[in-house]
Ligand binder design. Sequence first.
Ligand SMILES: O=C(O)CCC(=O)c1ccccc1C(=O)O
Ligand SMILES: [Mg+2]
Length: 371
Amino acid sequence: MTIPIKKIILRRLMMQLNDPFTTSFGTMEDKEFFIAEVVDSEGNRGFGESVAFTIPWYSEETVKTNLHVIEDFLINILKENKINHPEEVHDLFSSIRGNNMAKSTLEGAIWDLYAKRQGVPLSQLLGGDKTEIDVGISIGIQPSVNDLLLTIGHYVREGYKRIKLKIKPGWDIDVLRKVRESFPDTLIMADANSAYTLDDLEHLKKLDEFDLMMIEQPLEHDDIVDHAKLQAEIHTPICLDESIHSLADARKAVELGSCKIINIKIGRVGGLREAKRIHDYCLEKGVAVWCGGMLEAGVGRAHNVALTTLPQFTLPGDTAGSSRYWKKDIIKPEVFVENGVIKVPTKSGIGYDIDDEALEEFTVEKREYVF
Ligand SMILES: O=C(O)CCC(=O)c1ccccc1C(=O)O
Ligand SMILES: [Mg+2]
């Protein structure tokens, strides 16, 4: 049966992060992003969140390019086509190149809407069966090593299952050495967000000293070839993030030996259908995956929780609790982490209710598209 879409509401939100988040690129203090709401003829509401940032440092997309692509192309495609199942949306959008985060925003809302219409949790609709998921936390670059050690200690005591540290040239080997001395048994990994090149090979070999679970995206954001050369020279497993936009990218990286682990982000790969296809491929090939994060608010976080219930998500992801990012989230209840574990919600769709008051409070712009 066709999903009877009546209206799409696109809200631009602005939310302040509790703590600034610093990567090899720079510092984020607040977050501007879109929430899409797809409403059907019976008044069911499906929600999707865009993970694009204001500045194109992580990928080419931005909040502004999202609006252009959603409003000028993707909404028209939805208006002109009948959709029976959310799995069809990815192919419908394939006439538009790239812009995966924009596509994922609408696709995610349609998945949520469809799951609600069926009365099933999104996790179940995707084929996941975990009732709890293990999560880690990603810690930004800190003002000093002492601050970092205190921050790690705090989250280790809260029970997060693994600690991810952001690194960059000048904040790497010496920092990791001190972290290892203080936390000899903690599961630790590092994320460079493309801060190095193969010219740093001898330097990167020193990472092997620290028994890291993995090094995430050490080289260029669009590279898979140099990563294969690097992986051949280091023992620490490489995990690719920025470089993987599709199942085809994942296959090429695995075949080339560019990585041993893949970070799957729903927005980066253009939605849940492609995320699931990458997952299924990695399951078949025995490549471990985990769910990455983009400092999401509650809607995006809920989608991440649902995806992580699939079986090959064997490593703790970056889906920390809402309170790590926000004073108040836009969902009720917020995503709650206890001893590094999130209980997967059992209600239909994304499984969390929208806090309409909070959604309204953080909305700075609202547009409606009537079908
Ligand atoms: O806590 C999170 O949501 C993940 C934090 C994180 O590492 C990150 C945050 C923003 C952009 C890119 C990344 C990344 O995984 O590279
Ligand atoms: Mg990363």
